[in-house]
Ligand binder design. Structure first.
Ligand code: AMP
Ligand code: MG
Length: 403
């Protein structure tokens, strides 16, 4: 079977996955989701003119020539905390003590910060600096005007977006629904907990894939651990297709005798078997069954993670409305030689990327075999070492950032 380039494989998957429906969601639950509508401010932010400082609201004309040596004395006629509407206006020769966020009282056209004043008796303040009209006043709509488009459809909601949405009174927003993603491990050798019998290993892919999926902002459905039994796997998948938007399986998709995931998925049809021009994670089973994308990830834990990162994660994000669900990439300098031979594949080496003052540097995190997950845990990037004879220390190297 011919090897298919990484980009071509990813593009084909992105073109095949459906987009999830739009739902109205409370803003607090919308982080990591994508807006399906433009958000227009229905009210200005801030809603009224207010002070940016603790100090005194006054008339700038009353402070002409004021200095520390020759302060202007004004009569303090009120005390205005944030949250209270002003009841009286500031007349000539008067000031109102005012706290940050309190509305500007009528008559006043400037704020002098408290640090430039001194109290003078019960009802006086000495203003020790000249004020200009408008000083320290936040005008209504200074952040957002009513009628202004705050965010456009396609925006990924982050914590600051939640704050802005709250500031304009948008309590619910139309977003693409969070994907429900089923995760299944397969293999007779796998155990979840307890002592290991001869030949057994612990299931590490399912906890890892569940964690990866959760970190990508999807809702995880743990489908458990299935024996290498075709009928059993078919049953678990049928149930999964009924209640999940996408399914990740691991194991059972290579060329082995007991690779029943491949057999089970073949029964549902519409599945493609690809040999991708990458190492690790060459075999990939992908298809859309009953409208549900299925990713048959390889069993070796490192391959499983790499395949998830390259294909499943961007696809899940695309389903959730992301215009580009890929990880960001940087070009780093190779900290050392990356040795390899030509084999028609891009090698995805697990690396640690650090900023070294004038650029990024990428160093291998250790052994690169596809079963050595510990070196992957130490990595914050996947280096794309192109086909060929490898790279020398100092050569530029593309790295997909995993954080
Ligand atoms: P398979 O693709 O099922 O032939 O599995 C390839 C290798 O990955 C074998 O060494 C399996 O024991 C191992 N493997 C498969 N699934 C898991 C899993 N969930 N956790 C850890 N190792 C696994
Ligand atoms: Mg297996």
């Amino acid at each position: 079977m011919a090897l298919v380039p990484l980009e071509e494989t990813r593009d084909a998957i992105l073109a095949a996955v459906p987009r999830l429906p739009v739902v109205s969601t409370p803003i607090a639950d919308s982080v990591g989701l994508v807006l399906a509508e433009d958000i227009v401010a229905t009210e200005p932010v801030p809603p009224f003119a207010n002070t940016a400082m603790d100090g005194y609201a006054l008339r700038a004309a009353d402070t002409v020539g004021a200095s520390a040596d020759a302060p202007s004395r004004l009569r303090v006629v009120d005390d205005l905390p944030a949250g209270r509407a002003p009841e009286i206006a500031v007349g000539p020769g008067e000031a109102i003590r005012i706290m940050t966020g309190a509305p500007m009282p009528d008559g006043a056209d400037a704020i002098v910060m408290v640090e430039r004043t001194a109290r003078d008796g019960d009802d006086g303040v000495l203003v020790q600096a000249e004020a200009k009209a408008g000083d320290h006043i936040r005008r209504p709509g200074g952040d957002l005007e009513a009628g202004q488009t705050v965010f456009t459809a396609g925006t990924v909601v982050g914590p600051a977006h939640v704050g802005v949405l709250a500031s304009v009174g948008a309590h619910e927003v139309a977003v693409y629904r969070r994907a429900r993603v089923g995760v299944l491990s397969t293999g007779d050798e796998l155990v979840e907990r307890g002592p290991l019998a001869p030949g057994q290993i612990r299931d590490s892919n399912r906890p890892m894939l569940c964690a990866l999926a959760a970190a990508a902002g999807v809702e995880v459905v743990d489908l458990g651990l299935a024996r290498d039994d075709e009928a059993l796997i078919v049953g678990v998948l049928e149930d999964a297709f009924a209640r999940c938007d996408a399914v990740l399986t691991s194991g059972g998709v290579s060329m082995g005798e007991y690779d029943y995931v491949k057999a089970a998925l073949d029964r549902f049809g519409a599945l493609e078997w690809r040999q991708v021009a990458i190492k690790p994670a060459k075999p990939l089973a992908f298809g859309v069954v009953q409208g549900v994308p299925v990713f048959g990830l390889p069993g070796n834990p490192v391959s499983s993670l790499v395949s998830y990162e390259l294909f499943a994660r961007p696809a899940l994000r695309s389903m959730m409305g992301y215009a580009d669900g890929r990880r960001p990439e940087v070009v780093a300098r190779a900290a050392h030689a990356f040795t390899r031979r030509p084999d028609g594949k891009v090698h995805l080496d697990r690396v640690r990327v650090t900023w070294e003052g004038d650029g990024y540097v990428a160093a291998s995190t250790g052994r690169q075999e596809s079963n050595v997950l510990s070196a992957t845990a130490a990595a914050n990037g996947l280096a794309l070492v192109p086909d060929g004879d490898g790279l020398a220390a100092g050569d530029p190297l593309r790295v997909m950032l995993l954080t």
